[in-house]
Design a protein around this ligand. Structure first.
Ligand code: HEC
Ligand code: HEC
Length: 362
């Protein structure tokens, strides 16, 4: 549920260059004329860059799934080669994703750091008893960025109901394929679960390092076995009023019309915080409030949510949430298509006085 998706992103790229010796702080790039590397920019590109390098190499380049890069005096040419044409499990980042200048800045940043004494942990811990497809996704680094159930790739799949040809294109030619898909989405009108548009953050995997038969096993496990995910998202708006506080859940299916998935038999459920009552409601298919365990739950049932469908469902509650624990929260679930993981979308109202309203899901 976490994953890269939470952060908004941006990005770019570079090219291998024969120069060496640009590693020291402030040293001019070999060959003359090139700007001196900027350590502070290197730190930013590495930490917040759109490339997610730190997902594998750790915050502060102390290592994780990938090796530690801090304080090894890695020469620029070797780094550029590793980034443009990786050795094995790391995807290749092209210069639309990270520029030559940004590589030089990152190298200067790593080389300005002391060596790591204690290697960092993996960002996504090793899953329990992985079956073959999941184990391969772990070994090729997919789970470091996508979590152990690959929810982002499965949402992207649902946007266009992509088959294995789609999956291959996304993995092997990602820096081209992702902008093609973004161009089909209506981001203004349907808050989508995937990031962008901006710079593409995932690199391109090579068929020599990640053979098609191996990728097929990852696809069979993630998409066919765990299941397709309809890209449903929700946002909650709060409006205080004289008769109570109105909480409106804005639900959208971000899939591409005539291509993407439809959710069928959809239930939207919202927990009514203790001590509050539903004064009024809006939205199709309101089912009233029922006890579920210890909670009072208001719900709506909708026959289907087709691509680009967007509907609002609201309740006006007596009283108002005054602490973060009290804000109404809930889930959206559907009967078809089924999924073994990440099958429900969670939402929660903004915290009093805070930001929020974004989906709790990825
Ligand atoms: C999926 C995890 C992953 C991501 C993301 C990743 N790397 Fe790597 N990186 C690795 C692994 C693993 C290696 C070791 C070689 C291999 O298996 O490909 C490596 C090797 C390297 C090396 C070579 C180190 C040396 O000593 O020669 C450099 C430099 C490097 N990565 C930089 C980056 C940068 C910069 C980014 C972001 C643009 C990045 N990596 C993103 C996993 C990753
Ligand atoms: C460096 C982090 C990273 C790694 C490693 C990574 N991905 Fe991604 N992937 C992303 C991000 C971020 C996106 C969303 C688009 C973007 O910015 O690139 C994405 C998008 C995708 C998509 C397209 C989803 C869509 O919305 O259309 C697929 C499919 C995918 N990844 C599969 C994989 C597989 C399979 C692996 C392992 C072989 C993998 N990814 C490894 C970060 C990563």
């Amino acid at each position: 549920m976490r994953t890269i998706i939470a952060a908004a992103a941006v990005v770019l790229v570079l090219v291998a260059q024969g120069a060496t010796g640009v590693a020291q702080t402030g040293a001019p790039a070999a060959g003359g004329g090139a700007a001196a590397p900027d350590i502070e920019n290197g730190r930013k590109v590495f930490a917040f860059g759109n490339t997610s390098c730190s997902n594998c190499h750790g915050n502060g380049a102390i290592g994780g799934f990938g090796p530690d890069l801090a304080g090894h005096g890695i020469p620029l040419a070797r780094a550029a080669q590793a980034i443009r044409r990786p050795i094995w499990r790391m995807p290749a980042f092209d210069n639309t994703q990270v520029t030559d200048k940004e590589i030089a800045d990152m190298v200067a940043y790593w080389n300005s750091l002391p060596q790591t004494e204690k290697l960092g942990n993996w960002r996504t811990p090793f899953p329990k008893d992985p079956e073959e497809g999941q184990l391969l996704a772990v070994q090729y680094g997919c789970t470091q960025c996508h979590g152990n159930t690959l929810d982002t790739p499965r949402h992207g799949q649902g946007e266009v109901d992509g088959d294995f040809a789609w999956f291959k294109h996304q993995v092997y030619e990602h820096s081209k394929a992702q902008p093609e898909q973004w161009a089909m989405l209506d981001r203004e009108n349907a808050p989508s679960s995937t990031p962008g548009p901006g710079r593409v953050r995932m690199g391109n995997f090579d068929t020599k390092r990640l053979p098609e038969e191996t990728l097929k096993k990852i696809y069979d496990w993630a998409v066919l076995d765990l299941g397709k995910l309809v890209p449903i998202s929700a946002r909650v708006a709060v409006a205080p009023g004289t008769g109570g506080t109105t909480y409106t859940v804005d639900v959208a299916n971000g899939a591409v019309p005539n291509k993407g998935l439809t959710a069928e038999d959809v239930t939207i459920s919202m927990i009514v915080p203790a001590g509050m009552k539903v004064v009024s409601n809006t939205g199709n298919g309101y089912q009233g409030v029922k006890k579920q365990g210890n909670n009072d739950v208001a719900s709506w049932k909708v026959a289907k949510f087709v691509p680009r469908q967007r509907e609002k469902f609201s309740v006006t509650l007596s009283g108002a949430a005054t602490t973060a624990n009290e804000v109404p929260r809930g889930t959206i679930a559907w009967a078809k298509p089924t999924a073994k993981e990440d099958a429900e979308v969670n939402f929660s109202a903004p915290r009093p006085g805070g930001r929020g309203g974004a989906p709790a899901g990825d």
